[in-house]
Design a protein around this ligand. Sequence first.
Ligand code: PEP
Length: 256
Amino acid sequence: MKQSVMTIVGNWKMNGLADSLGGLVSDLIDGLQEGPAATEVVLCPPATLIERVARAVEGHRVAVGGQDCHAQASGAFTGDVSAPMLADAGASWVILGHSERRQAHGESDADVRAKVEAALKAGLKPIVCIGETLAEREAGRAVEVVASLSDDLNDAAFAVAYEPVWAIGTGQTPTLDQIAEIHTAVRRAIVKRLGQGAGATPILYGGSVNAANAGDILGVEGVDGALVGGASLKAPDFLAIIAAGEAARVAVTGQQ
Ligand code: PEP
């Protein structure tokens, strides 16, 4: 089953300067004017741009998110940004546990759990990233790895992004059957852990989604949207992904 709203999230990673507002953001807003209304579009620029992007998208159906937050609300944590700070700057979502943070900053599941709690407390909607490494997939452990994440969740007010680590920024994607298998396993795990409320938690796919493959991936049963890295930096590509998501939603739900 698909959710009645598709969620398409752009993760700009460490890309974007004030110039990006003139081209990328304004082109996106223009492209969305005639576009589908039943898609939740979220832009996650670097922290330095959150306030400016939030101002630029005001009045349009685009939300803004952070790419990480600290588990504490304030304190002696040089260089970090807290969840209330993101909310204060205009964010309503935050990506947490991205594999680039787990790998480059050593974030553990426990760290991610603490961040999820901090985000919820600040009124942000966390997008919790999970995904197996290539070694874990080759060892037949992909389902086990993604399902274990549910042990760290206490609240259903979040979105999950299934992002196989080996697919991020590589141009490689799992087969549609592999994506369906993992999304089914994640849904089962979060409903088991959190109850029926988690039946409405969006489960996004992320990892080398582009304008060409978005239609197939977003059409997979159980895929409620996409977390998009590289392709979210090009307005025509990101708009094509949003349109593909909308077409997939209409095809499955029959609702315009
Ligand atoms: C990501 O950064 O979450 C991501 C999925 O990147 P890409 O789309 O570039 O693979």
